[in-house]
Ligand binder design. Structure first.
Ligand code: ATP
Ligand code: MG
Length: 569
């Protein structure tokens, strides 16, 4: 490809809405353009990267025996009514009607369509296991589309579905997909962590998210500094901390004027914070939920939602607290009427002795409170939010905190869709059973941008070769110099013949402009051919990612040398 003909319009001014570096770079370098909010056109350079990622995904899916299909984007409402999600999916779903008034949606995901497909065709255990996938546009009317391709409203996703006879079969499929995903993201060059995830709205239990590490990531995670453990903070389990045994002292009410926070109370009473318990109050559809954790711990809302079995929680109002016989800033687990509030106490609190907590009236706390003797919770559960430095639940080493962007997710669905939608098979004994399913997604555009987010410097992007739009750019230093320009074209032809994806910057521009554009677009290798080099029979090559410059002799096998260098990028 000649750069003079390449449709990659560069921008000097990046629109203010491009908040993160990868979005800015993809806009500046002429990879993508916004068509509407959360809808993008992929220009030729981006389209080449997308195709490379798709091909990596295809190879890894095929290697696990998954078969590629293509389902319609437009899906009938009836299927979603069968699974019960037509109402549940909410405003994220793009809904439309045909000329007869029948309802459809633009697929945000394809569990319903694929389950309906399989239920009509699969009858016997002999047809299982089965894995089907597709690569296609998905539609989600996101509340807050942002960060370019990271959270858009139309995006390319690879979605795969597995069908097995039983849970043991599902485990095999799930592990195969987990392995395929690791290979995909390794090949894309991403620094990522597979983390144990909350299964969320899609349902089922047993799920991992593949998180590309990024400061700008929306997800918060923790990973062990020693072993492989990593988890979404929402999901991370925590060990109960056992306190040394103590003789239970008599509970006492003490006045704590002007002590609003637990730190104030501990300071006033001269108690270590590990001897205190603090409260967080939530409002839910089941009423007030009072949660208690050790003074230096935080409450994990997701765990609260799961423990109480509610849909969602919001901060409780003072009036609600008063109605339950307590007061903001002075809440404690003692004497709360379980009919007026759900009391959830963190498992670690249940191991504490002689601690201090609110006395449920303004200006007072209790000291020497002991679980069992002084209060009984509605639920005892692990509701703590994991923090950096907490011990790893697998090996005990301290965990570290990171942010990430979810590029893929694997789910065990079990029979969540097959049971209500009647996707059944006959087992060896002729007994009818629901098919056991899994689903597996990768965001192709999000992966491309996650790579750009990890591979850039002040001058532009630095694509790993496997996903680079082109591998090499040949740069004639001075197009007015016929001899060296002719040589540059000769090298360009040789590289193409050797099967190397190459562009030549044939534009009649100053060398500085060409260098800048090449750096911005991020070709892995730059080959410069100019009059001075030619005099010495030399070619200058530069590896974009490490900035290393090398001279190659035009008398040697420079194409072979370039190939060798590329193999390592
Ligand atoms: P998120 O939590 O980020 O909204 P999700 O969990 O809803 O994503 P899945 O249903 O698991 O997403 O979809 C599979 C993959 O599709 C995700 O891992 C992600 O890579 C990609 N994806 C999901 N939503 C978007 C979006 N709005 N824009 C771009 N890619 C997306
Ligand atoms: Mg997900």
């Amino acid at each position: 490809m000649k750069v003079s003909q390449l449709y990659a319009p560069t921008l000097r001014e990046v629109p203010a809405e491009a908040e993160i570096i990868s979005h800015q770079m993809l806009m500046r370098a002429g990879f993508i353009r916004k068509t509407a909010g959360g809808m993008y056109t992929y220009l030729p350079l981006a389209q080449r990267v997308m195709k490379k990622i798709e091909n990596i995904v295809r190879e890894e899916m095929d290697a696990k025996g998954a078969q590629e299909i293509l389902m319609p984007i437009t899906q009938p409402a009836e299927l979603w009514q069968e699974s019960g999600r037509w109402g549940a999916y909410g405003a994220e779903m793009w809904r439309l009607k045909d000329r007869h008034g029948r309802e459809f949606c633009l697929g945000p995901t394809h569990e319903e369509v694929v389950t309906a497909l399989v239920r009509d065709e699969v009858r016997s255990y002999r047809q299982l296991p089965l894995m089907l996938y597709q690569i296609q546009n998905k539609y989600r009317d996101e509340r807050r589309p942002r960060f370019g391709l990271i959270r858009s409203r139309e995006f390319v996703m690879k979605d795969c579905y597995s069908f097995d006879r039983d849970e043991a079969g599902l485990d095999v499929s799930y592990n195969a997909m987990y392995d395929a995903y690791s290979r995909v993201f390794d090949r894309c060059g991403l620094n990522y962590r597979p983390v144990e995830a909350d299964s969320g709205a899609i349902g089922g239990s047993g799920s991992h998210e593949f998180m590309a590490l990024a400061e700008t990531g929306e997800a918060e995670l923790v990973y062990c500094t020693k072993c492989d453990y990593a988890a979404d903070v929402e999901k991370a389990e925590l060990h109960v901390i056992k306190a040394e045994p103590e003789v239970a002292l008599p509970k006492e009410e003490v006045s704590t004027p002007d002590c609003k926070t637990i730190e104030d109370v501990c300071k006033y009473l001269r108690l270590p914070v590990e001897k205190s318990v603090k409260a967080v109050a939530f409002h839910s559809e089941k009423g007030l939920i009072l949660c208690f954790v050790r003074g230096d711990h935080e409450v994990n809302e997701i765990k609260v939602v799961n423990t109480a079995g509610v849909l969602e929680v919001a901060m409780a109002e003072e009036a609600e607290l008063a109605a339950a016989g307590t007061a903001g800033g002075y809440m404690g687990p003692c004497g709360i009427d379980h009919k007026k509030a759900i009391v959830i106490v963190d498992s670690t609190v249940m191991e504490m002795h002689n601690f201090c907590c609110g006395a449920n009236k303004a200006g007072y706390h209790f000291v020497n409170v002991n679980p069992g003797r002084d209060f009984t919770p509605t639920y005892v559960a692990d509701i703590r939010l994991i923090q950096a430095g907490d011990p790893c639940p697998h090996c005990g080493a301290p965990v570290a905190h990171a942010r990430g962007t979810e590029v893929g997710q694997v789910f065990k669905l079990f029979t969540k869709y097959s049971a209500p939608m009647g996707a059944r098979f006959l087992d060896e004994e002729g007994k009818e059973k629901p098919i056991v399913m899994g689903c597996y997604g990768i965001g192709v555009g999000r992966t491309m941008q996650a790579v750009a987010e990890q591979y850039n410097d002040k001058d532009g992007m630095m694509w790993p070769r496997a996903v680079a739009p082109y591998e090499v750019i040949v740069l004639p230093m001075n197009t007015k110099d016929e001899k060296s320009t002719a040589k540059a074209f000769e090298i360009y032809d040789e590289l193409l013949k050797a099967g190397i994806e190459t562009v030549i910057d044939d534009r009649n521009e100053r060398a500085g402009v060409k260098f800048k554009d090449a750096d911005l677009i991020g070709y892995p290798l730059r080959v410069v051919c100019g009059p001075k080099g030619l005099e010495k029979n030399q070619l200058e090559i530069k590896i974009r990612r490490i900035g290393e410059v090398k001279m190659l002799s035009l008398e040697g096998d420079y194409i072979g040398e370039i190939k060798e260098i590329l193999a390592k990028l």
